[in-house]
Write a protein that binds this ligand. Structure first.
Ligand SMILES: Nc1nc2c(ncn2[C@@H]2O[C@H](COP(=O)(O)OP(=O)(O)OP(=O)(O)O)[C@@H](O)[C@H]2O)c(=O)[nH]1
Ligand SMILES: [Mg+2]
Length: 308
């Protein structure tokens, strides 16, 4: 009887990187969070929430799915940060084994078409995720739309889901695993992301700010963690600097008698405490950095290095 040499050992384990791509606001981050079962990425009702490529990792004994959540693709014009965000999304395709192209039920816009073209250009196997189906009543209304999607590209599968209500995600997971190569896991089973606590703190604060601010203010916000340490009592002490790109935005972020900043800081602190199961002390200051979002050095200082 011939036994396999070690190099020829066939492992049934599957793993790989999956780029989660789509135009802004279709629910990519909500989907990654729901699939992984942890809050990896912040979510808001405003487009351009995600600014970096962020890994969300889901491990089972037989497989490991490494999702790359990406900033929404929108052609990448305008301010430098917008171009950096689009570049980060395109770069994710270069590192992936498969793609989830996310669109919204009932909508197919020019930017969806552009995102599809990027996916086609990558040549990777792709699943089309039609998200937000909870908004479609009755569900049969989806059928002609799914048939139209089927004509757009040879998708490995077209899966209607609701990331928000966690509907049909198991089916999506199964379809995905089948697309991945047979190889060993990349990360140990307890790892759920590649981002550290500083990143989480900055993003949590940015999410709460985006929730509370309107108009153009959220797009000129940047959060930098100046220091993060644990004191003798086991409390996590965080010092954050909030960058705004216009003098007039500083007062808006601080609010009347400092009320807005206080509320936002306390919402961020509570969420961090919950997630870390530790007491958190969060101190924030607002600083004006004129047009930082169009300045390469400032963008690098905020951790977008390598994405420019
Ligand atoms: N009704 C409904 N809303 C959803 C669903 N998934 C996401 N949303 C909402 O859509 C909005 C955008 O969600 P995100 O997950 O931030 O979208 P995104 O694609 O990551 O957005 P960017 O990072 O800006 O590109 C939020 O208000 C979500 O709550 C869904 O399945 N159903
Ligand atoms: Mg996002």
């Amino acid at each position: 009887m011939n036994s396999l040499k070690p190099s020829e050992t066939v492992s049934n384990h599957r793993s790989g990187f999956i780029a989660v791509i789509g135009r802004p606001n279709v629910g990519k981050s909500t989907l990654v969070n729901a699939l992984v079962g942890h809050k990896i990425s912040i979510v808001t009702s405003k487009p351009h929430t995600t600014r970096h490529a962020i890994l969300g990792i889901l491990t089972e004994p037989e497989w490991q799915l490494v999702f790359i959540d990406t900033p929404g693709m929108d052609g990448g014009t305008g301010r430098l940060i917008n171009r950096a965000m689009n570049k980060a999304a395109t770069a994710a395709l270069g590192q992936a084994d498969a793609v989830l192209l996310v669109v919204e039920a009932g909508r197919w816009r020019d930017k969806d078409q552009q995102a599809l073209e990027q996916v086609q250009h990558s040549g990777l196997p792709a699943i089309l995720v039609v998200n937000k189906i909870d908004r479609v009543r009755p569900r049969e209304k989806l059928l002609p739309e799914l048939a139209a999607h089927d004509q757009r590209h040879e998708f490995a599968a077209i899966v209607p889901v609701s990331a928000l209500r966690q509907e049909n995600l198991l089916q999506l997971r199964e379809q995905l695993v089948a697309l991945l190569p047979q190889q060993e896991p990349f990360y140990d089973p307890d790892t759920v992301t590649n981002r550290d606590l500083s990143f989480k703190a900055a993003e949590t604060l940015r999410e709460k700010l985006m929730h509370s601010l309107r108009d153009e203010v959220p797009y000129g916000l940047g959060v930098e963690i100046s220091s993060l340490r644990e004191d003798e009592a086991g409390r996590v002490i965080i010092d954050a600097t909030i960058w705004v790109d216009r003098e007039s935005h500083k007062g808006i972020v601080i609010g009347k008698r400092g009320q807005l900043l206080k509320e936002v800081g306390s919402a961020a602190r509570e969420e961090l405490q919950q997630s870390l199961q530790k007491r958190v002390h969060l101190q924030s200051h607002v600083k004006v950095k004129r047009n930082w979002s169009d300045n390469a050095q400032s963008i690098r200082e905020l951790g977008y290095d390598g994405e420019l």
